[in-house]
Design a binder for this molecule. Sequence first.
Ligand code: SF4
Ligand code: SF4
Length: 245
Amino acid sequence: MADHSQCSSSVSKDDAAMTHPANSLPGLMTRSEAELRQAFLKQVELIPAGERIKRCIQCGTCTGSCPVSYAMDISPRQVIALFRAGEMETIMESRTIWICASCYACTTRCPSGIKITDIIYALKRTAMEKDRKSRAPQVQLLAKLFVSNLMSYGRLHEGTLIRKYYMKTRITKLFGFIPLARKLYRTKRLALLPKRIHAHAALSRIISKAQEIEMRAAPEPLAYSPEYVGYKGLGDLKLETRKGA
Ligand code: SF4
Ligand code: SF4
């Protein structure tokens, strides 16, 4: 029979807790799940009235309002439900957070006042911070290239975005766009070369400043708890009171 007492000194209490079969039971979660959750909750704290996430009644209005939900693998409503159920890893692997077009339709219609668009941004930031890969990496790549395009020129240059995207994914498909690109160029709907906006330097300074502020606001990690499910992580956040409520 193995002597477990000899190895107990090199295994922390938390590690032991995470390897315990009980952690696969409903209500308990893995260490990586807990870390994702903690990182996400810290992002939620930075969203004004972010604690309203607690108010979700699972009505599905957000999903019904979303113009791109047909392309998502989990709906906006399910994102909230999965967060509540301690399924952050499922959310991180999904296409959904990268497909969101930030149209704010869900946010404006949510009867509980939940800022779903900002919640999805927080999930994206968590995925980037924790270097989590989506099940559909091309969606994540497109989102990254989109941002880097904006950072380079201050606005989007479609030609550069498409070229870089297909060079990193399926270069042969890029040639199929040549007739369309010619047509768009002839009708002056596509600039051949990217042009920077006049205030590009100022925009870069704003983005750098925002990144600096975000770094300063980087929170200390919370104490790990294998029972960190539901809305427990939001326990200290006060629910915002509505006028007349
Ligand atoms: S609309 Fe709001 S309350 Fe309804 S499911 Fe979506 S997030 Fe929850
Ligand atoms: S903000 Fe995103 S999730 Fe919300 S409706 Fe628009 S595309 Fe859908």
